[in-house]
Design a binder for this molecule. Structure first.
Ligand code: ZN
Length: 358
């Protein structure tokens, strides 16, 4: 990490602590224009009981139930905690600042842990659902990748990939990465599979390697993802359910007509399964380079009135509705940093030319 970056992180940390502990965050919240801050997580780890998803997920994929509840309680006393759909609808109005909770993909613990949590806290939330796990009990390639990595280790994984793909560019790149041994294989392998591999080749090679290594897709899906009954139960508890494509594709990597199918078919599936049209959409992976103008257009045409990405920041009435920002939360989430973002603290500094965001 560069010295400049370290300094930025240290400044960011002290500034956030100062705002939080001095109570100045309340004043900044009043001074800054009204805003919608959207938190984005994946799984919620229960405090008690079984949590089968835990064996498959990396640490940045979950937040603990008690930690989440502390965050929700703190904000509930000062902000209106809402679903994204509600938040966007109320953004032009007046009143308290808005904080929306959102969780991506449709993990089973969202139904079992998050649903009851938002019900007892009497707050809103949005859960974005991939439709294929619900309709076919199948998981996207990334879960097979993590499963294979845990079972075989990086070297054997790449070897099996090559056995099924042939000596393709992706295989050679993966192989070279292993040979260089620069560490952090987990990250680099995933990055190559995500951004460099042709999606069809990757999905097929990982499918074959997964089955060959004794993987049971149905079982893995049941451990990770909720089913339709649980999705409907969440909806009854007042949680908004939004679209997240069929297969969690990187939209910018596939042609416009395939993007359109991913987004529209996902929306139709949700409408069939839940009896109402979803209005909120989340771009899978969510970085700006993971979606493009065709994705925005397809989301709009599929009936979604807004779409969210994965870049930190606050949303204001003039923020483009198909590029709404979200602040990621996981087990490392710090309340003072969330508060500094939510009260408009980082936005305020930017007005003075100092950018401490992200
Ligand atoms: Zn996702």
């Amino acid at each position: 990490m560069s010295l400049k970056h370290k300094l930025k992180l240290a400044l960011r940390e002290s500034y956030a602590r100062m705002l939080f502990h001095s109570g100045l965050h309340a004043l900044v919240n009043k001074l800054m224009p009204r805003r919608l801050v959207i938190l984005a997580g994946h799984c919620v780890k229960p405090e008690r009981g079984e949590w089968p998803a835990g064996q498959h997920l990396s640490p940045d994929m979950w937040i603990g139930e008690a930690q989440l509840e502390r965050i929700v309680s703190w904000f509930k006393a000062r902000y209106d905690v809402v679903s994204i759909g509600d938040g966007v609808a109320r953004l032009d109005g007046s009143g308290r600042s808005l904080l929306a909770l959102s969780f991506d993909d449709g993990y089973r613990d969202n139904a079992r842990v998050l649903g009851p949590l938002v019900e007892r806290q009497k707050v809103g939330a949005t859960v974005f659902l991939e439709s294929r796990p619900l309709d076919e009990r199948r998981v996207n390639w990334s879960h097979k990748y993590f499963w294979l990595l845990a079972k075989l280790g990086p070297e054997a994984l790449v070897e099996r990939y090559g056995a099924h793909s042939g000596p393709t560019h992706t295989f050679l790149t993966l192989n070279q990465m292993i040979a260089e041994g620069r560490g952090n294989e987990r990250y680099h392998l995933k990055r190559i599979l995500k951004y460099e591999a042709p999606p069809d080749e990757r999905d097929r090679a990982l499918d074959l390697a997964f089955t060959e290594a004794g993987g049971d897709e149905r079982k893995l899906c049941d451990e990770l993802y909720m089913d339709w009954n649980e999705a409907r139960e969440l909806s009854v508890r007042g949680v908004e359910l939004g679209g997240h494509t069929v297969t969690h594709a990187i939209l910018s990597k596939i042609p416009p007509d395939v993007q359109r199918r991913e987004i529209t078919d996902g929306a139709r599936s949700l409408e069939r399964g839940l009896g109402k049209k979803p209005v909120t959409f989340a771009y899978p992976w969510g970085r700006r380079w993971d979606y493009d103008e065709s994705s925005r257009g397809a989301a709009r045409d599929a009936g979604f009135t807004c779409a969210v990405n994965m870049h930190a920041g606050v949303n204001r009435p003039d923020t483009p509705r198909y590029d709404l920002r979200r602040v990621a939360i996981d087990g490392e989430a710090k309340l003072h940093l969330l508060v500094a973002e939510a009260c408009g603290g980082f936005e305020l500094l930017r007005k003075f030319g100092l950018d401490l965001a992200e």
